[in-house]
Design a protein around this ligand. Structure first.
Ligand SMILES: C[S@@+](CC[C@H](N)C(=O)[O-])C[C@H]1O[C@@H](n2cnc3c(N)ncnc32)[C@H](O)[C@@H]1O
Length: 622
């Protein structure tokens, strides 16, 4: 959810007043938080409407009932919204629960993005513009704001949420210019059927994002599949349908600007959307915004703005893939999109012919840092330097992974257990020492693995009997092992690689020589030289390698990334076996510095930067 980090003091004051109202209503009315947040927001809108001498035209029956019990006067200085209509969004996000907003895909667009998208649409002076998921109207607001002065314009907005539609109405009335005609409808955009007689010149949209199980897939997907004669994956997200439905109501040549999650660039269901766009539209630009690197505080990590027109591209038409590093001004970004104007400090542009784009490929590769992309040819697959394996799958961790106290209790002899890292959070840094493992043992953490490779002792037999009593022998893996309590043989790996990760994949130097379960993959370097191992680790944990991973990684929902052993084998890496002594030593000691920085809880950015610079100078010499 978007939470604006650079709020003005006056806005903060109004939000605090609104929250106070929320708390008062909570005490008086005993409502659940979902309704309470929406109700508080509604009362504030009502107050604003009163000031403007207007009505709120869209009704929510539940809220209407509640209104009868509400106080007549509220203490929120809503006049502020007259000079800053965006305050309505801030209030919404601070009052309405995240769970409600998530349920209806309500991620509101930040103003700087809406301004850019609206300005692009307005370059073509459209007469009829639609926002099919209008929310509180930030796009239409910006369409009015950035339109050429003289041109009359017809604005259309759909949404299923009456409260947001009321907010939209008020906001647009505050901004309304002469000649603007506004049509807002409480309507499911995917069910509009033959709503329009005339088609739209432009569509601007931040569609809801809902997974397939969160909407009535059958009812909504079928008509679109029939119309376009396509078959959509069961995993299709609702925003894909918004693209397709929008094209139905757009006239030929219409301009469309969409902002969505970037997933469709690399997921399976994304292939269908890419195929659709390539077939039915002229793709002008795709702009990748990495919110985290831009240090904007949002719930999304990355988003993509797709700018396109309804029609068939001319031969040789080029799509501009723009990756933003630092948010440019609207005129700067417009000239990047329209003329390909370079500005390497803020963004990079890669142009690709539309007829060369393949829907089955991951288009993320067109956003990779160009400097890094040029390194690719100098790197080799990790499989040339190391063997990769999964961590040990026990079949039943609760039974096979033990604490020291369990071992003492059952008097299991040391020859039947080995030290193990059983969970990712047992090993958080870049190296894992014997002392780290001893600490786990002292804390009576689960850090021993039952590792039976020979005839069990009488004590162990007791524990095995206990296992059979609790059904440990009946698990899927244990049923297929003989004897069921034996463990797959796996040597400790010198390098451990996290399997799931949010921010970046982490590679750990296993100095303790312990075994690991499936939270980590095992990386067995084909060499023993410690400096080489450390140099490899410096590369694997670098920002440069992170960029390289973006082409290879398989994305999981919620920003969680999973790397399979196969993906790891293919990961392009620096060939540390070919480095001269000086390069090797400098990378190895930089890795040691990274380990210490982490252990001391210090800022990792300077050392990461140092490693990147080292790597760049080494790779350039290759
Ligand atoms: C991601 S928000 C965007 C809101 C606003 N346009 C903005 O950019 O800030 C998506 C909006 O779509 C609305 N919505 C969800 N399902 C819809 C549907 N089937 N038809 C129309 N609107 C829908 C939600 O209520 C929400 O206001």
């Amino acid at each position: 959810m978007l939470v604006f980090s650079h709020m003005q003091e006056e806005d903060v004051k109004v939000i605090e007043q609104a929250k106070k109202l929320y708390r008062c209503l909570k005490e008086e009315l005993h409502l659940n938080e979902e309704i309470l947040g929406r109700f508080t927001y509604y009362l504030i809108l009502k107050e604003l409407a009163l000031k403007l001498g207007e009505e709120l035209p869209f009704e929510d029956s539940c809220i209407k009932e509640l209104h009868k019990e509400a106080p007549l006067k509220i203490d929120v200085e809503i006049n502020r919204a007259l000079s800053n209509p965006n305050l309505l969004d801030l209030l919404y996000e601070n009052l309405v629960t995240p769970s409600y907003r998530k349920k209806f895909g309500q991620f509101l667009t930040p103003n700087y993005i809406a301004e850019f998208m609206a300005s692009w649409i307005n370059l073509y002076s459209p007469s009829r513009v639609l926002d099919p998921a209008v929310g509180s109207g930030i796009f239409l607001d910006n369409i009015i704001k950035t339109a050429a002065k003289s041109s009359p314009i017809e604005l259309w907005g759909f949404d299923i949420d009456p409260i947001l539609l009321n907010a939209c109405r008020l906001r647009l009335n505050l901004r309304r210019k002469e000649g603007t005609l506004l049509h807002l409808e409480q309507q499911d955009f995917l069910k509009i059927g033959g709503f329009f007689t005339e088609k739209m010149d432009a569509i601007i949209c931040n569609p809801p994002y809902l997974n397939f199980h969160d909407f009535d897939r059958n009812k909504l997907v079928r008509p679109i599949e029939t119309f376009y004669n396509i078959k959509l994956s069961k995993l299709t997200n609702i925003y894909v349908l918004f693209f397709m439905q929008s094209l139905l109501v757009a006239r030929k040549g219409a301009k469309l600007a969409f902002i969505t999650p970037s997933e469709f660039l690399y997921t399976g269901y994304g292939k269908e959307l890419k195929e659709f766009l390539l077939k039915h539209t002229i793709l002008d630009a795709m702009i990748l915004i990495d919110f985290q690197s831009l240090v904007f505080n949002t719930a999304l990590t990355t988003a993509i703005i797709t700018l396109f027109r309804k029609g068939v591209p001319e031969a040789g038409h080029r799509v501009r893939f723009i990756r933003i590093y630092k948010w440019p001004t609207t005129p700067e970004l417009l000239s990047a999109v329209m003329d390909g104007t370079e500005n390497p400090d803020k963004y990079q542009i890669i142009e690709v012919r539309q007829d060369e784009l393949k829907p089955e490929e991951k288009w993320l590769k067109y956003f990779i840092n160009m400097e890094y992309a040029s390194f690719l040819s100098k790197l080799i697959p990790l499989s040339q330097l190391a063997r990769i394996d999964r961590g040990i799958a026990t079949g039943f961790n609760e039974y096979f992974v033990l604490r020291k106290s369990d071992i003492d209790k059952w008097k299991i002899e040391s020859e039947f257990v080995v030290p193990v890292i059983s969970k990712a959070d047992q090993c958080k840094g870049y190296d894992f020492s014997y002392e780290d493992w001893k600490l786990l043992e002292q804390n009576d953490d689960k850090c021993y693995l039952l590792y039976v490779l020979k005839e069990p002792s009488p004590n162990l037999k007791e524990y095995i009997k206990y296992g059979e009593k609790i059904g440990a022998d009946q698990r899927y893996l244990t049923r297929h092992r003989s004897p069921w309590y034996s463990m797959e043989k796996r040597e400790p790996a010198k390098i451990l690689a996290t399997v799931f990760h949010r921010e970046r994949m982490r590679f750990v130097f296993n100095k303790a020589n312990v075994r690991n379960l499936t939270a980590f993959h095992c990386v067995y370097p084909k060499f023993d030289d410690v400096n080489m191992i450390k140099a490899l680790l410096a590369y694997l944990n670098s920002d440069l390698c992170k960029q390289i991973q973006t082409i290879k990684r398989r994305e999981y929902g919620g920003g969680l990334h999973k790397f399979e052993p196969k993906d790891l084998e293919n990961l392009p890496v620096l060939d540390v076996t070919k480095l001269d002594g000086e390069s090797l030593n400098s990378l190895a000691s930089a890795f040691e510095e990274l380990c210490t920085t982490f252990r001391q809880g210090k800022d990792e950015i300077p050392i990461k930067r140092k490693i990147n610079n080292l790597l760049k100078s080494i790779i350039l010499k290759i």
